[in-house]
Design a protein around this ligand. Structure first.
Ligand code: 5GP
Length: 186
């Protein structure tokens, strides 16, 4: 038995499909930022975006910086509370730099709306958004997504960084819990 129960997880996006799409986004980002003079810093939102960040940045053929921002709006619940907390701040100023926010999923959009307002006060040269996933059916506030991996249906997804009650972020694919109970052995 692996660390998860395959019978309780339906695979929505497999690892090869993820890898191909992330490579495409990296190539587009490389082209879009190649001529820009100011530096590019990728800002990943912890913790769900770490896989996407790690894979995406290796497909960007430019001298970029990486930084991380801890945000939390969920606790262990599957519903957004709308209240966003900064749990860990950036390590370096982004003033005058191009910022690319790297996010795992845009659900209601509330987290990204907060983040974009927060980043704007730091006077970057520009801010764009790369999100691996978006659930259009759940949108409460429209946020601009410049680089989108996949639109997905309104289902709670896990894996490739996304958690099931803080676990299973290390699944190599994006899946959905099906059947009764958690998708890992008790
Ligand atoms: P929003 O503020 O857009 O409603 O929610 C954004 C955050 O909620 C994401 O960064 C992620 O942490 C969490 N989230 C939203 N949908 C899902 C989901 O389907 N699965 C998991 N694991 N987290 C989600």
């Amino acid at each position: 038995m692996p660390f998860y129960d395959p019978a309780k997880i339906e695979i929505l996006i497999d690892a090869d499909t993820l890898a191909r799409r992330v490579a495409e986004l990296g190539a587009r980002i490389t082209e879009d930022y190649r001529q820009r003079e100011a530096g590019l810093v990728l800002v990943a939102v912890l913790k769900g975006s770490v896989m996407f960040m790690a894979d995406l940045c290796r497909h960007i053929d430019l001298p970029i910086e990486l930084d991380f921002l801890g945000l939390s709006s969920y606790g262990d619940s599957e519903e957004t509370s709308g209240v966003v907390q900064v749990t860990q701040d950036l390590t370096r100023p982004v003033r005058g730099k191009h910022v690319l926010v790297v996010e795992d999923i845009i659900d209601t959009g509330l987290t990204m709306q907060y983040l974009l307002e927060n980043l704007a006060t730091r006077r970057p040269a520009s801010v764009r958004v790369a999100s691996l996933l978006q659930k259009p059916a759940r949108t409460q506030v429209a946020v601009p997504v410049d680089y989108l991996g996949f639109e997905i249906p309104d289902r709670f997804v896990i894996g490739y960084g996304l958690d099931y009650q803080s676990k299973l972020r290390n699944l190599p694919f994006i899946g959905v819990n099906v059947g009764e109970g958690p998708p890992y052995p008790d």
